[in-house]
Design a protein around this ligand. Structure first.
Ligand SMILES: [Zn+2]
Length: 263
């Protein structure tokens, strides 16, 4: 019974869970955008919520035998059980208003959507497939940044994904980047900011380093909300902030413009 109700993190109002779900997981009272799983995101973007998954056999390794409070291998297993995903991203193909597209959707529920070798590899594969088959590609970022448990192997993904985007651009295949709450660290520092257009959901936390680190470095007080979508849009870091209920239509319109397909 307790699962029927939930409290909005923003307006603190208790809500019937189904009302929020029926509203694309946006609070009907205050418009707060709840975080979506990768599967929910794909279902919302593709026609009739239908899509085919690719690259699901790529699985993470523990090359550094990393251990913090627990071993990385155990952490991986636990997160795989929790999310039923091999790692923090899903690659899928489907249609948007009849246009075939590829979408890479990140899963925050898997180790905070951190980008290790598998995330980097899958996002790169999406770009490579997009180029090969000349299909537009969308990446929906939701990520705390590079995955520390894979050390420099995670950092290498910044170059790999960025190089793949450069080839995609040369090939003239459109790439739309959607930044959702949160998109930070190495994800922001690579593919999330390299779309032909970069769009974000309202009030999403977007940044590279956290506010405390920046304040200590530049020795200045930061303005309020400086790492939220609206602030980034004002300062030219984003092309648009789009509410979830308009997001699919916004992408379809952009795709039609890119592909010169008015109908
Ligand atoms: Zn609310």
């Amino acid at each position: 019974m307790e699962n029927l109700w939930t409290r909005c993190n923003n307006c603190r109002r208790i809500q019937y869970k189904q009302d929020i779900l029926d509203n694309l997981s946006v609070c009907p009272a205050c418009g707060f955008h709840f975080r979506l799983s990768a599967r929910e995101r794909l279902a919302q973007l593709f026609d009739e919520g239908r899509y085919q998954i690719y690259d699901e056999k790529v699985r993470p390794q523990d090359p550094l035998n990393f251990r913090d409070t627990q071993s990385y291998s155990d952490r991986l297993k636990r997160n795989q059980m929790k999310t039923s995903l091999p790692d923090a991203v899903l690659n899928a193909q489907g249609n948007m208003d009849g246009i075939p597209v590829l979408i890479s959707a990140m899963e925050f529920g898997f180790m905070g959507g951190s980008m290790g070798s598998v995330v980097g590899e899958l996002v790169t594969r999406a770009f490579e497939r997009a180029l090969q088959e000349r299909l537009p590609v969308l990446v929906v970022s939701c990520s705390g940044g590079a995955r520390m448990q894979e050390g420099v192997l995670s950092l290498m993904q910044l170059m790999k994904t960025s190089a793949a985007i450069a080839r995609l651009e040369e090939g003239g295949v459109p790439y739309i980047s959607i930044l959702t709450d949160p998109t930070t660290g190495g994800t922001t520092a690579s593919y999330a900011m390299l779309g032909d257009i970069n769009i974000a959901e309202p009030q999403a936390l977007i940044g590279f380093a956290g506010p405390r680190v920046i304040e200590q470095t530049i020795k200045e007080k930061l303005p309020k909300g400086f790492q939220r979508s609206e602030f980034l849009l004002q300062h030219g870091m984003l092309d648009a902030v789009v509410e979830r209920r308009f997001l699919r239509d916004f992408c379809i319109r952009s795709l039609r413009l890119f592909l010169n397909r008015p109908q």
